[in-house]
Design a protein around this ligand. Structure first.
Ligand SMILES: [Zn+2]
Length: 419
């Protein structure tokens, strides 16, 4: 077994370092490409986007890339410190002081781990909000709101996380040889439960949601919903402007309780025609079953993961390869899985991103049937301009990461659909 675990150590290290190198390389490409196009607005946008806004978007993109490089380095060092560096072992030993090998010590272990990771990442969050977003005029958050969000987030995560982890550890300890199957059922049920309570219980802890009051807009949206055969639990406006001037719209919940939420920033900056077109795009994701397909995908992939977790419990090489002690402990098994797996999943990212981009094109095509394509184009250009999103991404960077196709590609297809 010593041989196998040595091999796993090298393979893991290779994947961790390769993933970090690929991330840094792609980000460098993105910076170079965006900078090389900074001098002039792409032809298709030259009427709607002034040079000044285009250059702001370039500077904003480059600043975000540089920060993401710092994050990549910090996360890589953190992962190596947790595993090879022995931090997980140390946290485990501390948690064992409370009570040995039961659910309580497991909760202490994950609590300490969560606090440790949060503390390491906090400076990046602070920098992003109060320096980067502030510099480009997007941050609307006061330090006191940041602190309030931080603590509410911590408490909510602690409560939800403790219930879930306690349940998971309990199943692992008591459900016998096929525990991973029950653990999967528990995880899926828990996920659906969180989705269900999120719009009415969790989200209102952070934001205020008020029913959409603009009658003209409301009437048009209800008309569109009816035309598309969509049942909703209500139209809401969220006070997103308390934190940021970035605009958005989303769906939340499921079944008949689905809510449509607009950021106030979106409502304020877009015409009723544009909002209707944006909503038609979002409805496309539902009508074309993108949401359902992604949920099924998540359910199946998580079953595979739990199966892997079950197999991991039988063999010590991954555990030892990551330099982890306490083989046989359920908490340590979860930690080995949680930190051991992601570097191997990194290469699936472009495949998944390509699938998401295909969905975006389909939702655009659906929207163009329900509302005028030219309104969606107008809304897209405005969103890109107001959010300072780059119009000239690097091809490889975009292929690897982007869940949405570049603006130029989406607009070109929408224009083609108008002829
Ligand atoms: Zn979409």
């Amino acid at each position: 077994m010593i041989m196998m675990s040595n091999i796993f150590s090298y393979v893991f290290l290779f994947f961790v370092l390769s993933a970090a190198s690929i991330k840094l390389w792609l980000s460098w490409r993105q910076i170079v490409t965006v900078k090389s196009h900074e001098g002039s607005v792409p032809k298709a946008f030259s009427e709607d986007i002034p040079l000044e806004a285009h250059q702001k978007a370039a500077n904003y993109t480059v600043a975000k890339m540089k920060l993401s490089n710092v994050s990549t380095v910090i996360d890589t060092v953190l992962l190596l410190a947790l595993t090879f560096g022995g931090v997980l072992n140390w946290l485990f030993e501390v948690s064992e002081l409370t009570s040995q090998g039961n659910i309580l010590s497991g909760l202490v272990f994950f609590g300490l781990l969560g606090l440790f990771i949060t503390a390491v990442q906090l400076p990046i969050d602070l920098y992003k909000t109060f320096i980067l977003e502030e510099k480009f005029g997007f941050n609307k958050m006061s330090p006191s709101l940041f602190i309030k969000d931080f603590f509410i987030g911590l408490v909510v995560t602690a409560v939800i996380g403790s219930v879930f982890i306690a349940g998971l550890l309990w199943v692992m300890e008591t459900a016998g040889i096929n525990w991973w199957w029950y653990a999967w059922l528990l995880a899926i049920s828990f996920w659906f439960f969180i989705q269900y309570i999120s719009p009415t219980v969790l989200a209102p802890m952070f934001n205020k949601f008020s029913p959409l009051e603009n009658d003209n807009l409301k009437e048009r949206i209800e008309g569109l919903l009816k035309k598309c055969g969509f049942q909703s639990g209500g139209l809401f406006v969220m006070d997103g402007s308390r934190r940021s001037s970035h605009g958005n719209a989303y769906f939340t919940g499921f079944g008949k309780s689905k809510r449509i939420v607009f950021f106030d920033t979106l409502i304020n900056k877009h015409s009723a025609d544009e909002i209707e077109a944006v909503l038609a795009h979002e409805l496309g994701h539902f009508k074309l079953r993108h949401v359902l397909k992604l949920t099924c995908f998540m359910v199946i992939v998580s079953l595979v993961f739990f199966g892997l977790l079950g197999a991991l419990q039988q063999s010590a090489f991954v555990h030892e390869g990551l330099n982890l002690k306490a083989f046989g402990s359920s908490s340590m098994l979860l930690a080995a899985f949680y930190f051991g797996l992601p570097p191997f999943l990194f290469l699936f990212r472009p495949v998944f991103a390509a699938y998401l981009r295909k969905n975006e094109f389909e939702a655009d095509a659906y929207a163009a049937q329900q509302a005028p394509a030219k309104e969606l184009i107008k809304a897209l250009i405005k969103l890109y301009k107001d959010n300072s999103s780059t119009l000239t991404p690097d091809k490889l960077y975009s292929a690897f990461y982007d869940s949405h196709p570049p603006a130029s590609a989406r607009i070109a297809r929408l224009e083609a659909s108008m002829n």
